[in-house]
Write a protein that binds this ligand. Structure first.
Ligand code: PEP
Ligand code: MG
Length: 883
């Protein structure tokens, strides 16, 4: 096995594609060398050595000593220097470097090879004693900290104490002799703390550093980082050993970091900072204020410190050329580290740069237009989830955050407003032009008006598919749900958060993108949907196979979804149409009626309202498919709950409160989610389904008349587990269709299909497909019933599951491919086998989740349907899944 790979002087044994073996840093150093760029020579010890190290009781492969010696010889040949040789001194840096960048690991040891003897050689060599002793003390500090495990403070203390005694303020004011004294103190202290002197043998130093890098792979920070970012332990880390170059050899030396494009705006202009006469860690440490690299950036920043462009024009020109070459070569924005030693430029690192969502979008679009990448690659490079940030107002990253609690990021975007504790208050205050945040323990369908009126919603209970979360996403309103550390005290009308008490009218801000609840108002950035956003969407549409529909029932949502590019409605939850004003009264009348005749009377009142709802949706969706679902929730959801509410409703309806209470009690269910809902209602009360079917068909006829174009409604039956249930309901629908056709003398094409949202339906999908003309996977209920966990209450323990590593992902957020997904796949296959070409879609929350959308592409669904604000995300994710 080859354990060590060398690089330097225009050649390298490795290349960029060797990341698994050499780590990101090592692979890119090799690649830069092969491109002929100025890189200090060095070598990389592979990640396989790391794995060997752990498999063999923290030891090395037998040949490694020889290999490392040979590689040091390689550096010597290229530099004309020798490791530990006081006549021709070679110093090295030692850096970790895993396949993925891992900030939690050991980082860097610089100036390795210095000791009491070689420091004098460095002084003679550089002609600068002060520089030499400063480098030595930096090395002692770094090495002791990173390799020997001593606290930074130990040295800070000595240094500060010494400076105070000498009356010096800045490190730069210390002379060579003074540094020498400090070094002596450092060394004495190290021996005192560790019982051993600071290692003087350069080889011992080197092996100490190599061991520290490998050991850091298993330190707690690295383990945690790996867990959070799904990085397997088996990857291991590589070690990079490289000849030192010095950015701190006087005024013609410098060190800096740069991006080939602006990482926060995406602007196509070199962007970066540097420090004169400094070493790498000085730039990061933020002790001195770095200077701009380009003149343009200096002017824009209004800085009076000269740019690199002005100060070192030759090195600057070389750097501009190299950064351009690297970007072209890697075909992506690069994050660069460089050092200038006495006017000569050296490259120390290149990698793809991290960037904001906005920058990612602009860079992808610009690069495609520049011809650097294809439009498909541009589409693939934008993280769909990050579009959320672009579609909603977001908190200005520069703003200060005063966090008073954290819940689930239930619906993206940020909102500021006055606290209100009831939906009526929300409506009242917003009517007066005030901005409010609706704060509830949880919401119910009766809060729809308050949610509409509020800028955002905050609940202290409930998960990602709780009522508040689902409805808020549908409305595109920011929502933080399940913020369990906050307490709503209804009696006193207060919100308790971190020992503070907030009253109605106090201002808070919620950040639905990360679940934070903040005190006061915070500066926001507004979204922009044209330009780059529109371009990427257009390219995504050209690349995808699956259609993207929306879950919408209100005209406002449907229009919004259309403007976001929805290609029809995949789920119209008709129950949401029954909660407004008159309608809920008619609905309650129907529920209270004892006889079918009484129910039909109340339903007659609802019919024209439903018809006009559907007509409007058909018109907005002109020519696009619209799937309308028959009533799904248990009837008790429409009835008042508290005594107070019962009394109020009884008065409005002019019925005895007792009767209302009796009916409410009768409808009470212990497990309403598993109760008298879905098609079970249609079997018990077919007249409800008949009214809805009639409203749909009559609206279709009218829409057809008005537009001169046929509407083909898709009628969807929820919560089916038996074919016979669907047959029963479909027979009623077909009968109504015949009636309406006869009455209007217009032929209507329509489809009757079902939700597949119960395990039995999935298992018997081939039989159900004898009747069903389409399937829509209701993965909310399917997840709930497959796991046997409640979608409303599961968040209370799912978070614990996640923390303990029992699950990686909330299955209500991203589809459980192995379990729920297997049922979807099974049902899709069975459905297609029975009815070739059967239309298949998904309308659970997963229809807007990028990972789940990949799964849907894999299964070959025809479309995904999601809430309006998720439509662009789904378009992009569907494109990526198809590429
Ligand atoms: C589902 O169960 O996935 C679904 C879309 O229906 P609902 O969320 O309305 O139960
Ligand atoms: Mg459902």
């Amino acid at each position: 096995t080859k354990w060590v790979y060398t690089f330097g002087d225009g050649a390298a044994e490795g290349r960029a594609s060797d990341k698994p073996l050499l780590g990101g840093k090592g692979a890119n150093l090799a690649e830069m060398c092969s491109l002929g760029l100025p890189v200090p020579p060095g070598f990389t010890i592979t990640s396989e050595v790391c794995n060997w190290f752990y498999a063999n009781d923290n030891s090395y492969p037998p040949s490694l000593t020889v290999d490392v010696d040979a590689a040091l010889g390689h550096i010597s040949r290229l530099t004309g220097r020798g490791f530990g040789d006081p006549d021709k001194l070679l110093l090295v840096s030692v850096r970790s470097g895993a396949r993925a960048s891992m900030p939690g690991m050991m980082d860097t040891v610089l100036n390795l090879g210095l000791n009491d003897e070689t420091v004098e050689a460095l002084a003679a060599d550089s002609g600068d004693e002060r520089f030499a002793y400063d480098s030595y003390r930096r090395f002692i500090q770094m090495y002791s900290n990173v390799v020997l495990g001593l606290d930074h403070e130990v040295f800070e203390e000595i240094l500060e104490d010494r400076k105070a005694r000498l009356g010096r303020e800045l490190d730069t004011e210390l002379t060579a002799a003074e540094w020498q004294e400090i070094i002596a103190l450092y060394k004495a202290r190290i021996e005192e703390e560790l019982g051993n002197p600071f290692p003087q043998d350069p080889k011992e130093q080197l092996w100490g550093a190599i061991g520290a890098v490998f050991s850091s792979w298993m330190n707690q920070r690295a383990i945690t980082y790996r867990r959070l970012h799904d990085i397997p332990e088996s990857w291991g880390t590589a070690v990079n050993v490289q000849a030192m170059v010095f950015g701190n050899m006087g005024e013609t030396s410098a060190t800096g970091v740069a991006f080939t494009r602006n990482p926060s705006t995406g602007e196509h202009a070199l962007y970066g900072e540097f420090l004169v006469n400094a070493q790498g860690e000085d730039v990061v440490a933020g002790i001195r204020t770095p200077q701009n690299i380009t003149e343009a950036a200096r002017i824009a920043a209004g800085s009076d410190k000269p740019s690199l462009e002005k100060l070192m024009p030759e090195a600057f020109d070389a750097f501009v050329t190299i950064s351009g070459r690297l970007e072209k070569h890697y075909r992506d924005m690069q994050d660069l580290e460089f050092t200038i030693e006495r006017g000569k430029l050296w490259m120390l690192q290149t990698r793809s740069g991290k960037r904001t969502a906005k920058a990612a979008l602009k860079i992808a679009v610009d690069m495609a237009r520049e011809g650097l990448i294809s439009t498909k690659e541009a589409v693939a490079r934008v993280d769909p989830a990050s579009l959320d940030q672009l579609l909603h107002p977001t908190i200005d990253p520069k703003a200060e955050r005063n966090v008073i609690g954290v819940g689930l990021p239930a619906s993206p975007g940020a909102a500021t407003g006055e606290i209100v504790f009831s939906s009526d208050e929300a409506e009242e205050l917003s009517g007066l032009g005030r901005k409010v945040i609706l704060v509830r323990v949880e919401t119910s369908p009766e809060d729809i008006h308050g949610m509409h009126a509020a800028e955002g919603i905050l609940t202290t209970r409930g998960g990602m598919t709780s009522h508040a979360a689902v409805v808020a996403r549908g409305m595109g309103k920011p929502c933080v749900s399940g913020a369990g550390s906050l307490r709503v005290d209804h009696r006193n009308g207060t919100l308790l958060a971190m020992g503070q008490t907030f009253k109605k009218g106090d201002i808070i801000t919620i950040d639905g993108s990360n679940g934070q609840v903040l005190k006061g108002a915070v500066a926001m950035l507004q979204p922009e949907l044209s330009g780059d956003f529109a371009a990427i969407m257009e390219w995504a549409d050209a690349a995808r196979r699956m259609k993207v529909r929306t879950n919408a029932e209100t005209p406002a949502d449907a229009r919004m979804a259309r403007s976001f590019g929805a290609e029809g409605i995949g789920l119209c939850r008709t129950e949401h149409m029954f909660f407004d004003g008159d309608r809920i009264t008619a609905m309650r009348e129907m529920i209270l009626a004892d006889t079918e005749k009484g129910r039909r009377g109340a339903l007659d009142k609802l019919l024209p309202m439903q018809r006009s709802d559907f007509l409007e949706l058909f018109e907005i969706m002109a020519g696009l498919p619209v799937t309308i679902r028959l009533l799904d929730p248990p009837l008790h959801e429409f009835l008042p709950k508290t005594e107070k509410e019962i009394a109020e409703v009884a008065q409005v309806m002019d019925v005895p409160a007792d009767r209302l209470r009796q009916r409410t009690d009768a409808l009470h269910e212990f497990n309403p989610m598993l109760g008298h809902r879905g098609c079970r209602l249609a079997v018990s009360y077919p007249e409800i389904a008949e009214m809805q079917a009639r409203a749909i068909f009559e609206a279709a006829v009218e829409a057809g008349r008005k537009a001169g174009e046929l509407v083909v409604p898709e009628i969807m039956v929820p919560l089916v587990s038996l074919k016979s249930e669907l047959d029963y309901v479909k027979a009623r629908i077909d009968q109504i269709a015949r009636n309406v056709m006869e009455e209007t003398n217009v032929h209507i094409d329509y489809l009757v299909g079902t939700m597949i949202e119960l395990p039995r339906a999935a298992v018997r999908a081939h039989v159900i497909a004898e009747t069903a003309e389409f399937f829509s996977f209701g993965t909310n209920d399917l997840t709930q019933t497959t796991f046997g966990i409640s979608r409303d209450d599961a968040s209370s323990f799912l978070e614990t599951y996640r923390k303990k590593g029992v699950i990686d992902q909330d299955p209500f957020v991203s589809i459980d491919v192995d379990g729920v997904g297997e049922l979807v796949r099974l049902a899709a296959d069975k459905g297609r086998a029975q009815r070739p070409g059967i239309k298949l879609g998904i309308c659970g929350e997963h229809g807007g989740d990028p990972a789940s959308i990949h799964f849907c592409e894999d299964v070959g669904l025809d479309y995904v349907s999601c809430s309006p604000f998720r439509v662009p995300i789904a378009r992009l994710a569907a494109a990526q899944a198809a590429i």
